[in-house]
Design a protein around this ligand. Structure first.
Ligand code: GRF
Length: 201
């Protein structure tokens, strides 16, 4: 995943979270059981000191770091995160419920190497509350998308998607839960695909 990847070395993944961290766990599980081959989690970084995902990451034996966003300008905050990722020689970054939009400082440092997961079939329903957007629009289906992160809001190139059928009885909670189940399958698959593509050059 580095510009000149050494296929014999495990790819080093950095995961950014702000909250629950269930996608972080899904990726960590997939690394551990070989569904994401030849990779390791270098660090889990949270911009929130009280993120529940931090506790889970520690339970999994992963290295964690808190880089709090509170009161800090985005570029300055991102500079510190970039430095932490570079210090650990991270090749690929997975945003997993990371709730701050990245500045150009971050994008320029890791262009083409930052992935995000979003709970809708992008380009439909970008931004906040995509499950509510889908229900409000009376959509028949929604789902989840893993995409590369660029300057646009949830608009970077799509890597993989999964469809979830919307039921008449669905609430935001029930739809979110069914989409989340699919997210936990899709994100590891997409990470494995990107790492494999990059190894092939
Ligand atoms: C997920 O629905 C993800 O798609 C969105 O934020 C949520 C994060 O959940 N970006 P978790 O922290 O991974 O449990």
């Amino acid at each position: 995943m580095s510009p000149d990847p050494d296929a014999s070395m495990p790819a080093r993944i950095g995961i950014l979270i702000s909250g629950r961290g269930s996608n972080m766990i899904a990726i960590a599980d997939a690394v551990r059981d070989g569904r994401i081959p030849n990779a390791e989690i270098a660090v889990v970084i949270s911009d929130q000191a009280n993120a529940a995902g931090l506790v889970k990451a520690k339970e999994l034996g992963l290295e964690t770091q808190v880089i709090e966003r509170r009161g800090r300008k985005r570029a300055e905050h991102d500079r510190e995160i970039v430095a932490a990722l570079q210090a650990r020689q991270v090749d690929l970054i997975c945003l997993a419920g990371y709730m701050r939009i990245l500045s150009n400082v971050f994008l320029d440092a890791f262009r083409g190497r930052i992935l995000n997961i979003h709970p809708s079939l992008l380009p439909l329903f970008p931004g906040l509350d995509p499950q509510k957007q889908a229900l409000d629009q009376k959509a028949r289906q929604s789902g989840c998308t893993v995409h590369f992160v660029d300057e646009t809001l949830d608009g970077g190139p799509v890597i993989a998607q999964r469809i979830v059928t919307i039921l008449e009885t669905d609430t935001v909670e029930s739809l979110s839960a069914r989409i989340l189940t699919e997210e936990h399958k899709l994100y590891p698959e997409a990470v494995a695909q990107v790492l494999s593509d990059n190894r092939k050059g």
